[in-house]
Write a protein that binds this ligand. Structure first.
Ligand SMILES: [Zn+2]
Length: 108
């Protein structure tokens, strides 16, 4: 059973797997994930769009480096374990975004 799929190569991702999570909900497997250096390179563009995300990324990089990591490491984290209920909600939201408007919401 797959929880998510990598946006880059379509690889199935499961809870507990290492993956890169973008702020917009996109997930990338370890092979497709950017490195911390890649994220730093993108920072100037992101800083204009979203200060909160940028601050979060900076904190993550600082944490990684202080733990002995390198900028050339892949920027991945284990996919958090979520309850079946949350998972169902995430799946429903993903389907809504992909499909045409949900029929249930257009009827009354
Ligand atoms: Zn991938």
């Amino acid at each position: 059973m797959s929880d998510f799929a990598c946006e880059g190569c379509g690889k199935e991702l499961h809870q507990g797997d290492l993956a890169h999570h973008c702020a917009d909900g996109v997930a990338l497997c370890e092979a497709c994930a950017p490195t911390f250096q890649d994220m730093l390179d993108e920072m100037p563009e992101q800083a204009e769009a979203d200060y909160e995300v940028t601050a979060g990324v900076q904190a993550w990089i600082a944490e990684h480096l202080s733990a002995g990591g390198a900028l050339t490491d892949k920027a991945v984290r284990a996919i958090p374990t979520v309850s079946e209920e949350d998972l169902a909600r995430i799946r429903a939201a993903m389907e809504d975004a992909e499909d045409a408007p949900a029929p249930l919401e257009t009827q009354h």
